[in-house]
Design a protein around this ligand. Structure first.
Ligand code: PMP
Length: 440
């Protein structure tokens, strides 16, 4: 019997014993193509010699030194590297051990910023429905996924949720993409006015929505309007790039493609590429200076912030992404993956939409392509596709979301950027086997 507290699985999962490029081997020698990088984590595959060497070297020198007393070379290097490539005036890096911690830190950073400025009436966040920002209580409150929140609602801070942007689902007949984007972005203004701008801290959203909707990019102009509204009412824009950041969409930060910069951005997953648990919240110097000139420090902290071994891994990863050309590769291979998916499933009667950016792609499963009606939840097709793909030797990330109150299903793909052209073919073939086995 396993004493590891199980996550989603009731059956005994196989033992992962070895990583080999984009493949994971189990203890029976079965190879799995990691088509989702776990959950958009393993951007460099599972056996990157440079990242492994950087970790070993750091452990040989010093594995850990508490940030209450020391900083470390890799933490300083990684922060410099991130800031050199960060959009807008993002200027300081607060390291964490993962995504939820990064979001939690961002929310508290935003609140303290206004307290330092003497605007302590600001206590309210606005986020979007059908979103996910992590499982700790603050991050869970920001998320708009009712299923995840249900049991914990009485424990959660009050966050307003406005409409997400999902063109395939909710753009109306006769509306252009731009008009649709403006309509939903303007919901932010309406909500700020309802609450009173003097009570609002900020707005948090994922630039390209991952787990809850399946690689859904915004429409053109949406985030420009969001940025404009935040500036007009003096509230902070927090972008959650835990899943879509670090090259996943073909640029190091996903928001670069929307021509805007946030006040705070959260990153994790691809930052450590699975080699070490690490995340970060990056903020502008304006926010940082408010702390320096106010109480002098950020009233927050975790034991493992800026962990030398974790930041050594992150530094080697970001070096590869930027100087090593891996972000460009994500963009290039992402186009090939998109073309292969369209070729294989573009006419499939139960695949309603194929979308995404770079190495972040989603397929939406529908009962009927014409009406876009979701599958009957009782059919649990997302679970069946996950199982069938796994059987065929493919790790992919099918999820059930909520569409107009009904459960909808999608498959998220987020393979390592190192994937070759042939391996893209293998991924799509295996996915085809799983999809045909379940949907016909
Ligand atoms: N934000 C987003 C957008 C995520 O996708 C996730 C993880 N799926 C998180 C936050 C939480 O990250 P973690 O699981 O590392 O705590």
């Amino acid at each position: 019997m396993s004493h590891v507290f199980p996550r989603h699985t009731k059956s005994n999962p196989p033992l992962a014993v070895k990583g080999d490029g984009i493949y994971i081997l189990d203890s029976n020698g079965k190879r799995y193509l990691d088509g989702s990088g776990g959950a958009a984590v393993s951007c460099l595959g599972h056996s990157d010699a440079d990242v492994i060497a950087a970790i070993k070297e750091q452990i040989d020198n010093i594995a850990f030194a508490h940030t209450g007393f020391f900083t470390s070379e890799p933490a300083e290097r990684l922060a410099d590297r991130l800031i050199a490539h960060a959009p807008g005036s993002l200027d300081r890096v607060y390291f964490t051990s993962g995504g939820s911690e990064a979001v939690e830190s961002a929310l508290k950073m935003a609140r303290q910023y206004f307290v330092e400025k003497g605007e302590s009436s600001r206590s309210h966040f606005i986020a979007r429905r059908q979103s996910y920002h992590g499982n700790t209580l603050g991050a869970l409150a920001a998320g708009g996924n009712e299923w995840r929140r249900a049991q914990f609602n009485p424990l959660l801070i009050d966050v307003s949720h406005i409409a997400p942007v999902h063109e395939y689902r909710w753009r109306e007949e006769g509306e252009t993409s731009e008009e649709y984007g403006l309509r939903v972005a303007n919901e932010l203004e309406t909500e700020i006015q309802r609450l009173g701008a003097e009570n609002v801290i900020g707005f948090i959203a994922e630039p390209v929505v991952g787990a809850t909707m399946g690689a859904v990019p915004p429409v053109p102009g949406y985030f420009k309007r969001i940025r404009e509204i935040c500036d007009q009412y003096g509230i902070l824009l927090i972008l959650d790039e835990v899943m879509c950041g670090m090259g996943r969409t073909g640029t190091l930060f996903a928001c670069e493609q929307d021509g805007i910069a946030p006040d705070i951005v959260t990153i994790a997953k691809g930052l450590g590429a699975g080699y070490q648990p690490i995340g970060a919240a990056l903020c502008t110097s304006e926010i940082y200076e408010a702390f320096v000139n106010g109480s002098g420090f950020f009233q927050h902290g975790h034991t493992y912030i800026g962990h030398p071994t974790a930041t050594a891994a992150g530094d080697a990863v970001v070096k590869k992404l930027t100087e090593g050309g891996m972000v460009t590769r994500a963009a290039e291979q992402g186009e090939k993956l998109d073309a292969a998916l369209r070729e294989a499933f573009g006419q499939h009667p139960h695949i309603g939409d194929i979308r995404g950016r770079g190495m972040f792609r989603g397929l939406e499963i529908v009962a009927d392509r014409a009406t876009k009606a979701p599958m009957d939840p009782a059919k649990a097709v997302n679970k069946k596709i996950k199982a069938a793909a796994f059987e065929a030797g493919l790790v992919c990330y099918p999820m059930g979301g909520t569409i107009d109150g009904q459960r909808g299903d999608h498959i998220l793909l987020a393979p390592p950027f190192i994937i070759s052209d042939d391996q893209i073919g293998e991924l799509v073939d295996k996915l085809g086997t799983a999809i045909r086995g379940v949907l016909g």
